[in-house]
Design a protein around this ligand. Structure first.
Ligand code: XMP
Length: 498
């Protein structure tokens, strides 16, 4: 593994560095920023098209933001200050936003009356019109579509009198790409998947598949079935296992064990229990030292989340005196678990204030970054816009703030607090407002654009290359003030600099 000189010196001399302590060095470049590949991984098996993850916070990630972020290539982590049912609902909203593979299509029987199917469709508020048709042995015998219903006046007929038996089917396991090719070639809009016994085990609908394949689907971060990817946060112990079981029913892509102290017995036991019972990637955090990373990997973690106290709303470092400047924390954890190639992915969580910090986090060894404050002001984040002094704001609060902990046991548990009542809580976060930033897509365009510029200057054609090649200079206070605009009164807002 290639060592980063400045971070090694800092480590040797017993001090730690963060974003504003360093700047990336430029290097010979052979690629243009727009041609750089920024695909990466959240965890062992969960890919990202952009290295961006949204924080599991009640003012940041619910289904609206998670859908938008996955469409732009990243992944959202649905927070856990929701009941198990509510959290599962948010996950399901993301997973069903694009119907890639419909796993359990609603089927009808060939001897059912048309009237009965139509009234079922109305009473259950189905928005679709096509159904696979089965015989009473549950074998596929036909398809009935919106056209078949529209051109039939006699609703007392049986379904088999209007269904089509000219079927296009494909075997279980057919991918969305193969389904699209097949449907285009055969000019069929419905593709049921069957098992060797002619039973229906899934279905693709052309309009959905086309929406995924075309449009801006290039940017979409989707799973193998064509559904948007999403992760969800859990805590520790029995409740966490109950959450995981419910989230698995909704096809969750990754579980995040979301605690302020990831290197603790309860976290490791919960991690082992999840890995024993489920085939799912588990990302564990938060930590800030290499030994913790090693312990979590040994216990089965598929990804590690690094960050103790760098967050914009965090007070852990001042309340508990604990934590580590983020760039050194990332570097130490990455080094501890085997360097820059083939290791378990690291997500750098918290403290990102500008797009340049994303480049720095990755050059220090992270595979992705998690952000809260950068997203809390977007249209898609939970909460309403508030007006203060004629300006637009949205609420943002730490999950260890009084407000968040009073609202949810999950937030209290994240900060290892069992007490009840405002006066007994020891907050490790604050509550406040962030300026309203408009649509996530516009905000992310700037962050990702800034990252691409950074990679271009550093001569890195991929995230892996930036992790390997990125080299830092340590800067002084003079260097810091030189980095920002100076000797000018700024008169016009810039979309990527406040
Ligand atoms: P940013 O800087 O992106 O940080 O706003 C988001 C991350 O901060 C963590 N977090 C907290 N840390 N007290 C803390 O010490 C808190 O109340 C708190 N709430 C969130 C969390 O890791 C998040 O992703």
């Amino acid at each position: 593994m290639r060592e980063k000189l400045i971070l090694e010196i800092a480590k040797r001399d017993g001090f730690a560095l963060t974003f504003d302590d360093v700047r990336l060095r430029t290097s010979h470049a052979e690629v243009m920023p727009d041609d750089i590949n920024i695909e990466t991984k959240l965890s062992r098996n969960v890919d990202l098209k952009i290295p961006i993850v949204s924080a599991a916070m009640d003012t940041v990630t619910e289904y609206k933001l998670a859908i938008e972020l996955a469409k732009l290539g990243g992944i959202g982590v649905i927070h856990r200050s929701l009941s198990i049912e509510e959290q599962a609902f948010h996950v399901a909203k993301v997973k069903h936003h694009l119907n890639g593979l419909i796993e359990k299509p609603i089927c009808v029987y060939q001897d059912e009356k048309i009237s009965s199917v139509l009234s079922k469709r109305e009473s259950k508020a189905y928005t679709f019109h096509s159904f696979p048709v089965l015989n009473r042995d549950n074998k596929l015998v036909g398809i009935v579509t919106g056209n078949d219903f529209d051109f039939c006046d006699d609703h007392s007929l049986n379904i088999n009198e209007i269904m089509s038996t000219q079927l296009l089917t494909a075997p279980e396991g057919t991918t969305i790409d193969d389904a699209y090719r097949l449907m285009c070639r055969e000019k069929k809009k419905i593709l049921p998947l069957t098992n060797p016994y002619d039973m229906v085990v899934g279905m693709y609908v052309f309009s959905d598949v086309r929406r995924i394949k075309n449009g801006s689907a290039e940017t979409y971060n989707v799973d193998k079935k064509g559904q948007l990817r999403v992760a969800a946060a859990v805590g520790t112990g029995e409740e966490a296992l109950e959450r995981v079981s419910r989230l698995m029913d909704k096809n969750i892509d990754a579980i995040i064990i979301d605690t302020a102290h990831g290197d603790s017995k309860s976290v490791i036991e919960t991690l082992k229990e999840i890995k024993r019972n489920y085939a799912i990637d588990v990302v564990v955090g938060n930590i800030s030292v290499g030994d913790s990373a090693r312990r979590l990997i040994a216990a089965g973690a598929d990804g590690i989340k690094v960050g103790q106290g760098p967050g914009s709303i965090c007070t852990t470092r001042v309340i508990a005196g604990i934590g580590r400047p983020q760039v050194s924390a990332i570097y130490d954890c990455v080094k501890a678990i085997g360097g820059y190639s083939g290791g378990i992915p690291i997500c750098a969580d918290g403290g990102i204030r500008n797009s340049g910090d994303i480049s720095i986090a990755i050059a220090a060894g992270a595979h992705s970054v998690m952000m809260g404050s950068m997203f809390a002001g977007t249209e898609e984040a939970p909460g309403e816009i508030v007006f203060v002094d004629g300006l637009q704001w949205k609420s943002y609060r730490g999950m260890g703030s009084i407000g968040a902990m009073e609202k949810s046991r999950g937030a209290m548990e994240r900060y290892l607090q069992r007490q009840r009542g405002k006066n007994q809580l020891i907050p490790e976060g604050v509550e406040g407002l962030v300026s309203y930033k408009g649509k996530l897509a516009d905000v992310l365009f700037q962050y990702v654009g800034g990252l691409r510029r950074g990679m271009g200057y550093a001569g890195a054609a991929s995230i892996e290359e930036l992790r390997e090649k990125g080299e830092f200079d340590r800067i002084t206070i003079a260097g810091f003030s030189e980095s920002h605009p100076h000797d000018i009164k700024i008169t016009k807002d810039s979309p990527n600099y406040i």
